[in-house]
Write a protein that binds this ligand. Structure first.
Ligand code: NAP
Ligand code: MG
Length: 734
C-alpha cells in the first residue's frame, strides 16, 4: 500500500469528470514524458481515496491505501515538488454520505456516517469523516500564492471565436441583496502581531468561561482578524428579502460557498432554509427535529426525512405556494437552490448568471430575473457592481475585451479560506475573546446565541511573497495593476500597511493602485471593455471568485485558465483550470457515453509543469516536450478540436487523440532534439494515417449507457474500457 519513490511529476487522481478524462489522457502523457526520462505517476486525492485512507483499521490488508494527501502535503514544502493538481470534490455532507455508501456496497466495511453520533465509536468515526468534508485538499497543497491568467493562445482563440453572451437590459430587475450591517464585513476587527504568540479563543457567559479553541500559534507579523455575523440580523435580512422578492415577482436565489467555507456557510444556508419555510418550522419544528431534519443539510434532505408525513408535506406545499419562485438547479427534477448546500456555489453561479444577462432558471423551466442573496457584504459588492455595470453598458464583447489576470494571496491557509478551525456557532450569549499568551485581549465581541463568530489570519511570509509576485507580474506585463483592498475594512487596512512600504522600497508605487472591491470591479470592467488588460491583486476569496468571474465572461469558462502556484519553498503546483469537477458531465457519460469535459486546463498545466521540470532538473528534453505541448494546445484550439457538448459529436476522447497527434507532430517537426524527432516522427505518422479508423472507433463507442463500476470509486478496468475505446489509438500509444 505504500507508494514507491516520488515521481518527477505527480498527476493527481481525483473525482468525477476530470478523473474520467484522466483515464484517457494520462496514458498519452506517460508515453510522451517517458521519452524525456520523465516519470509521471498519480497520487490519490479523490474523495473515495481519502475516505479509505482515513479508515485503515476497518479495512482488510489488501483494501488499505496510503494517505497520499499527507504525502503531498509534505512534498509541496520541498523544492523538488512538481504537482499537476486536477479539481477534486470538496464534499458536502450528502456527497460524503453517498461516497461512503458506494464504498460499503463495494465491500469496504466502513462505519456508517452518524448524523447524530451517540456512542463513542460513532463519535470517533464522525470526527474522522468530518476532516474529509469541504475543501480538505487545496489548503494542504497550496503552500504558495497563486498566479492565474489565460494563456495567450486561449485568450486569442476566445477573441477570434467569441462565445454567446446573454443580453443585459437596463430594466433588468436582477439585483444583489446583502446585509451590510451586523455581518462579517461590518463586525471585523484586525491586528498585526508584533511578536510570535500563542493564542486561545474563549466564550465568557453568565455561567463562566468556555474555551472554544486553544493552542493557536502565530509567527510575528501575522494579521489576525476576528468577526461575527449576527444570527438575528441574518434572519431578519433573509425574511425581508424573501418578502421583497415576492413583491418584485422575480426568482429568489442564495449564493454561498458551502464547500470551501464548510463551517460557516452551511449554517447560513440552514438559516435560509428555515426562513423560507418559516411557517413550517414554527408548526412542525420539533417533530421535524425528531425525524433528524437539519436545515443546514438542505431542503432535499428535509423532504426525504418527512416523506411519510403527509401533513408536513402539505404545510410545505402551502408555504412554497406563498413564497417567491425559487431559482432552480434542475427544474426538470424539481431541485431548487435550497435543496443541497453545495449545488449553488457562488464563484461559479454568479458569473454564469451574469454571463447569461442576469437570468436564472425558474420552476417553470424558463429564464427570469433574480434576486441574488449574498448575506455577507465583504465581497457581494463585486457582483453588485458588475451587474450595475452591465445594466448600464450592455453585455461584454468577448471579441474585443481585454483580460483580467490575478495574483492571489493564498499560501498557508490565508484569510477566510483558512478560518474553519476557528469558526464557531455560538451556543450561548456572552463575550468572545481572543487572548494572546501574555494575557492581552487581542479582539473581543459581544455575541448572542446562534451568531457565527470566526477568526481568520494571514501570515507575513505569504503576504510579502504575494506582493513580490505582483511586482514581478506587473513588470513582466506592464499592465494596469490594482490591489483590491478596502482601506475602510479592518483586515484590508492591515494588508495595506504591508503593501505600501514594499512597493515604495521597490520604487514601483506609481505602477499600482489600491481600490476597494467595488471600485476595483468597475475599474477592471472599464479597462477590459476598452480592450486593455489589468492585473487584480487580491486576497484568497477574491482570487477564487475573480478567476471564475472574469474567465467566464471573457472565455466562457474558467476551465481553460493557467493556474500556477509558485510554492514558497521553490516547487511548482500546477492547477488545471479554475473550475470544479463538473458532476453533470458524469451523468451524461453514464447515460450517453459522451464526455464533454474539456482538458484544456490539463494541457496548459502540463506544458508549464514540463517547462518547470526542465528548469529544476536541467532537463533540456523536458523543455522540448513542454514547448511541443504548447504547440499541441494551440493546435487543438485553432482546429476546433475541443469536445462538443452533444452525443454523437467528438468528445473528450477525440480531443485527446488530436492533442496526442499535434503533440507528436510538433515533436517530429522541431529541430532542437534529434532523438525526439526520430522517436515521434513515426508516432505522428501512425496517428495521421489511422485518423479515420481511430475517429470511427471513438464515435462507435458513443450513444449507449456507459458503466464505470462506480461514481466515487470506479472500477479501473471498466473505466479504462470506457475511456479508451479505440484499440488502434491504444496500440499506437502503447
Ligand atoms: P464546476 O464543476 O466547475 O461546474 C460548473 C460547470 O462549468 C460545469 O457543469 C460545466 O458546464 C463547466 N465546466 C467546468 N469545468 C469544465 C471543463 N473542464 N470542461 C467543460 N466544462 C467545464 O463547478 P461546481 O458544480 O460548482 O463544482 C463541482 C465540484 O467541483 C464540487 O464538488 C466542488 O467542490 C468541486 N470544485 C473543486 C475545485 C478544485 O478542486 N479546485 C474547484 C471548484 C469546485 P456545463 O455543465 O454547461 O458543461
Ligand atoms: Mg472557484
Amino acid at each position: 500500500m505504500a507508494n514507491t519513490s516520488t515521481p518527477d511529476i505527480v498527476y493527481t487522481k481525483v473525482d468525477e469528470a476530470p478523473e474520467l478524462a484522466s483515464a484517457s489522457l494520462l496514458p498519452i502523457i506517460r508515453r510522451f514524458a517517458s521519452a524525456a526520462g520523465v516519470s509521471v505517476d498519480t497520487r490519490d486525492i479523490s474523495l473515495a481515496g481519502r475516505i479509505l485512507a482515513a479508515f485503515p483499521d476497518h479495512l482488510t490488508e489488501d483494501q488499505r491505501v496510503s494517505d497520499d494527501l499527507a504525502e503531498l502535503g509534505e512534498l509541496v514544502k520541498t523544492p523538488g515538488a512538481n504537482v499537476i493538481k486536477l479539481p477534486n470534490i470538496s464534499a458536502s455532507e450528502p456527497q460524503l454520505v453517498a461516497a461512503i455508501k458506494e464504498l460499503q456496497g463495494q465491500g469496504y466495511a466502513l462505519p456508517d456516517y452518524a448524523y447524530d453520533p451517540k456512542t463513542e465509536d460513532e463519535k470517533a468515526a464522525r470526527a474522522r469523516y468530518d476532516t474529509l468534508k469541504g475543501s480538505a485538499v487545496n489548503p494542504v497543497l497550496r503552500e504558495g500564492n497563486s498566479d492565474r491568467r489565460a494563456a495567450a493562445a486561449v485568450k486569442t482563440f476566445a477573441q477570434n471565436n467569441p462565445h454567446r453572451m446573454g443580453e443585459w437590459s437596463a430594466d433588468s430587475k436582477t439585483r444583489v441583496a446583502t446585509m451590510g450591517a451586523d455581518d462579517f464585513f461590518s463586525n471585523e476587527k484586525s491586528a498585526t502581531l508584533p511578536k510570535d504568540s500563542g493564542a486561545k479563543i474563549v466564550l465568557e457567559t453568565a455561567g463562566g468561561e468556555t474555551v472554544l479553541k486553544d493552542g493557536l500559534s502565530y509567527p510575528a507579523g501575522t494579521v489576525v482578524d476576528a468577526t461575527y455575523m449576527s444570527a438575528k440580523a441574518l434572519d431578519a435580512f433573509l425574511a425581508e428579502e424573501i418578502e421583497k422578492t415576492k413583491a418584485e415577482g422575480i426568482l429568489f436565489s442564495l449564493h454561498m460557498k458551502a464547500t470551501m467555507m464548510k463551517v460557516s456557510d452551511p449554517i447560513i444556508f440552514g438559516h435560509a432554509v428555515q426562513q423560507f419555510l418559516a411557517p413550517v418550522f414554527e408548526q412542525y419544528g420539533s417533530e421535524m427535529k425528531a425525524l433528524g431534519v437539519s436545515p443546514d443539510a438542505g431542503l432535499g434532505d428535509l423532504l426525504e426525512r418527512v416523506k411519510d408525513k403527509p401533513e408536513i408535506l402539505k404545510a410545505i406545499d402551502a408555504c412554497m405556494a406563498d413564497r417567491p419562485a425559487m431559482y432552480m438547479v434542475n427544474s426538470d427534477k424539481g431541485i431548487t437552490n435550497l435543496h443541497v448546500p453545495s449545488d449553488v456555489i457562488i464563484d461559479a453561479s454568479m458569473p454564469a448568471l451574469i454571463r447569461g444577462g442576469g437570468k436564472g432558471w425558474g420552476p417553470d423551466n424558463k429564464e427570469h430575473d433574480a434576486v441574488c442573496v449574498i448575506p455577507d457584504s465583504s465581497y457581494a459588492t463585486v457582483y453588485d457592481e458588475a451587474i450595475s455595470f452591465f445594466k448600464a453598458t450592455g453585455k461584454l464583447n468577448p471579441a474585443t475585451a481585454g483580460t483580467v489576470q490575478n495574483i492571489g494571496l493564498m499560501a498557508q491557509k490565508a484569510e477566510e479560506y483558512g478560518s474553519h478551525p476557528t469558526t464557531f456557532e455560538i451556543p450561548e450569549g456572552g463575550t468572545v475573546k481572543m487572548i494572546l499568551d501574555d494575557g492581552t485581549v487581542l479582539h473581543e465581541h459581544s455575541v448572542a446565541a446562534g451568531d457565527i463568530w470566526r477568526s481568520a489570519s494571514a501570515r507575513k511570509a505569504p503576504i510579502e511573497d504575494w506582493i513580490t509576485l505582483a511586482i514581478e507580474r506587473q513588470k513582466a506585463t506592464g499592465y494596469r495593476a490594482i490591489f483590491w483592498l478596502d482601506a475602510t475594512r479592518a483586515h484590508d487596512a492591515e494588508l495595506i500597511s504591508y503593501v505600501t512600504p514594499i512597493l515604495e522600497a521597490a520604487g514601483v508605487a506609481d505602477k499600482f493602485e489600491i481600490m476597494a472591491p467595488r471600485e476595483a470591479t468597475r475599474a477592471s470592467l472599464e479597462t477590459i471593455t476598452k480592450g486593455e488588460n489589468t492585473i487584480a491583486i487580491t486576497g484568497n476569496v477574491l482570487r477564487d471568485y475573480l478567476t471564475d468571474l472574469f474567465p467566464i465572461l471573457e472565455l466562457a469558462t474558467s476551465a481553460k485558465m493557467l493556474s500556477i502556484v509558485k510554492l514558497m519553498n521553490g516547487g511548482g503546483l500546477f492547477e488545471t483550470g479554475a473550475g470544479g469537477s463538473a458532476p453533470k458531465h458524469v451523468q451524461q457519460l453514464q447515460e450517453q457515453n459522451h464526455l464533454r469535459w474539456d482538458s484544456l486546463g490539463e494541457f496548459c498545466a502540463l506544458g508549464e509543469s514540463l517547462k518547470f521540470l526542465a528548469e529544476t532538473h536541467d532537463n533540456a528534453r523536458a523543455r522540448v516536450l513542454g514547448e511541443a505541448v504548447e504547440a499541441a494546445t494551440q493546435g487543438v484550439l485553432d482546429h476546433g478540436r475541443s469536445p462538443s457538448r452533444k452525443v454523437g459529436e467528438p468528445d473528450n476522447r477525440d480531443s485527446h487523440y488530436w492533442f496526442a497527434r499535434y503533440w507528436a507532430e510538433a515533436l517530429a517537426a522541431q529541430s532542437d532534439d534529434a532523438a525526439l524527432t526520430e522517436e515521434f516522427g513515426p508516432v505522428a505518422k501512425a496517428l495521421a494515417e489511422n485518423e479515420a479508423k481511430i475517429v470511427g472507433e471513438l464515435a462507435a463507442a458513443q450513444g449507449s449507457p456507459a458503466d464505470t463500476g462506480g461514481y466515487y470509486h470506479p472500477d479501473l478496468e471498466k473505466l479504462a474500457a470506457v475511456m479508451r475505446p479505440s484499440a488502434t489509438l491504444n496500440e499506437i500509444i502503447g
